[in-house]
Design a protein around this ligand. Structure first.
Ligand code: IMP
Ligand code: MG
Length: 204
C-alpha cells in the first residue's frame, strides 16, 4: 500500500496537537454563547441531565470524519449527543466530485433539533457541496445554532470562499488519505495524513 502514497503531509503528532487546540476553542465559544465570555468553565463532573448545560449535538458526516470525531469528543467537556449523517459525495469514482447526496439509511437525525446547538463535523472541505447540503438539512430541523468544523480545507477558491467556523488545517489542493480520509474507501486507517501519488489518483 505504501507504493500508492506520496509523502506525509500532516503527522499524527501535529494532528493530535491541533485537535486538542480546536476542541478547547470550540468549548470556550459554546460556553461564551451561553453564559457570557467571562463565565467559568464547568468541569466534566458538573455536567448532568438536570443542570441546564447547553444541549450540544455533534453531527459527524460519515465516513471520513469518524476518526477525527473520536479524537475530538474526548477533548470536549460538554454535555453532548451524537447524531450521524451519511452523505456520499463521490458516487462512482473517487477523485472527481459529482455532487452530494444524503444516504438516508445512515442518517439518524431527529425530526426536531429545537434548542440544540449543532456542531457539524466533516473530514475535508473541497467543493463545499457536502457541507452545503448538510447545513440545509440541519437548518430544516430548527436548531438554536449550527456551527461547522472541518479537519482539512483545500486551498482552492470554492473551499476558501465557503463559510466554515473551525478549520484544523489548510492544505494544498492535492488528494489526501489517512486519519479517516479515503481513496475508494481504503487508507482510512493510516495514522498520518498522506498525499496520494497523482498517477494513482489519475488511474481511477
Ligand atoms: P466537497 O463536497 O467537494 O466539499 O467534498 C467533501 C467530501 O469529499 C469529503 O467529505 C470527502 O469525503 C471527499 N474528499 C474531498 N477531497 C478529498 C481528498 O483529498 N481525499 C479524500 N476525500 C476527499
Ligand atoms: Mg470520502
Amino acid at each position: 500500500m505504501k507504493q500508492d502514497l506520496d509523502r506525509i503531509l500532516i503527522s499524527k503528532e501535529s494532528i493530535a496537537e491541533r485537535v486538542a487546540q480546536i476542541a478547547a476553542t470550540m468549548t470556550q465559544d459554546l460556553y461564551a454563547q451561553f453564559t457570557g465570555p467571562d463565565a467559568p468553565m464547568p468541569t466534566v463532573d458538573q455536567l448532568s441531565h438536570n443542570n441546564r448545560h447547553p444541549q450540544v449535538t455533534l453531527v459527524p458526516i460519515l465516513t471520513g470524519s469518524l476518526i477525527f470525531v473520536a479524537d475530538l469528543i474526548r477533548h470536549l467537556p460538554l454535555y453532548l449527543q451524537i447524531r450521524l449523517m451519511g452523505v456520499s459525495s463521490y458516487p462512482g469514482t473517487a477523485t472527481a466530485t459529482r455532487g452530494a447526496s444524503v444516504k438516508k439509511q445512515l442518517t439518524d437525525l431527529p425530526e426536531s433539533l429545537a434548542g440544540h446547538h449543532v456542531l457539524l463535523i466533516d473530514d475535508i472541505l473541497d467543493s463545499g457541496g457536502t457541507l452545503k447540503l448538510a447545513v440545509e438539512l440541519l437548518k430544516e430541523r430548527q436548531p438554536a445554532s449550527v456551527q461547522t468544523c472541518v479537519l482539512l480545507r483545500k486551498q482552492r477558491p470554492e473551499a476558501m470562499a465557503f463559510p466554515v467556523d473551525y478549520v484544523c488545517f489548510d492544505i494544498p489542493d492535492e488528494f489526501v488519505v489517512g486519519y479517516g480520509l479515503d481513496f475508494d474507501d481504503y487508507y482510512r486507517n493510516l495514522p498520518d495524513i498522506h498525499t496520494l501519488r497523482p498517477e494513482v489518483a489519475r488511474a481511477h
